[in-house]
Design a protein around this ligand. Sequence first.
Ligand code: PSV
Ligand code: MN
Ligand code: MN
Length: 427
Amino acid sequence: MILDKSLLDQHNSQGNALHQKKYGLLASVLQDEGHNVNTILERLAAFQVAIPSWALGTGGTRFGRFAGGGEPRSLEEKIEDVGLLHALNQSSGAISLHIPWDIPQNPKAIQQLAASFELKFDAVNSNTFQDQENQDYSYKFGSLSHTDKAVRDQAIAHNVEVIRHGVELGSKSLTIWLSDGTDFPGQQNFRRSFARTLDSFEQIYAQLPADWKVFIEYKPYEPHFYSTVVADWGSSLLFCQKLGEKALGLVDLGHHLPNTNIEQIVSRFLMEGKLGGFHFNDSKYGDDDLTVGAMRPYQLFLIFNELVDGMTSSEIKNPELSWMIDASHNIKDPLEDLMQSVEAIMIAYAQALIINRPALEKAQLQNDATLAQEILQNAYRTDVRPLLAEARFKAGAALNPVGFYREQKIRKELIKQRGEKTYSTGL
Ligand code: PSV
Ligand code: MN
Ligand code: MN
């Protein structure tokens, strides 16, 4: 669906008076506090979060799927949906594909379509956690870690195939999430599973184009419940260190045991120059894949505190990061949900940008825990949403993306075009 630009302008002029009131006040306070508001706006405008192709439909539970209506029926329609999001917020300028859910039949045409919406292709994801029709060997007992070399070879070939698709589209990275693991003590030898996986990763790594990266995503449990080969950041870091400089860790916020200090993990990865990127989502219990910021916005802010610190410190030599969402829902309109997720990420980023860093460093050196908390929470409790709205306004996006989407009844239009009961490919 192509957005009529004049409707956006109309929406923005209607909301502009109130926006200017809020933005003017915030900008003058920030200026008084010593911030350069224009620099903050520029950073916000430059920040782009990739949308996962599998989040555009409903899904995400093992127990059933309830069609949301008007879900994209093809890769082309997924790209159109991300194009729409990007037009609404100018912060979703990339899509992350999952193979074989999103095999591009005509890569040139797909690339052109994406370019027409000013979209890039972020990391391509491989899938050896499901068996596909016509595949020779099953992944029931693992893929890259499997005891049988023939199964491992099949999984390696799939990853190489994913790289090939990515190259055709202009992607620059491969994300590997490996579900391999065990359900029962004694089922496998941990050391040998690791060694077999490393050998498989090495073969994939050898096929990476020179300017590519591979992200090794970790997850403690699910689908397996006793052990997982790449269970935690330590395992991910170990693999990455052994593989070489193109291998980097990927932090999916839902892939941690309850109460894990994720911001400290982020800091460690950065310290080693081994942070590749994120799968943003939110979680109360496990890999819930909920809307970013729905549960723990303070944790997200603390993560961005580490990221901004890392990105601005001359001591850190980390490659540029990939920002991706990984979410899936049965309840909300996926597009509305993604707009909320992008907004939550940008809020955390903006709040981290307005932390008084010299004052924080001083408080840390003086072991003044009270003042350190005051400084952090002063930033966290600032309503930075007018900054985001201003950045969007300047970029020609909507002052209020969800509001505009509802005013224009866009879902209703998508249902009219695509049908009530369509199911997008994904989980
Ligand atoms: C696994 O839980 C995961 O987080 C991986 O990133 C997958 O690629 C994605 O979800 C979709 O299944
Ligand atoms: Mn993930
Ligand atoms: Mn996950």
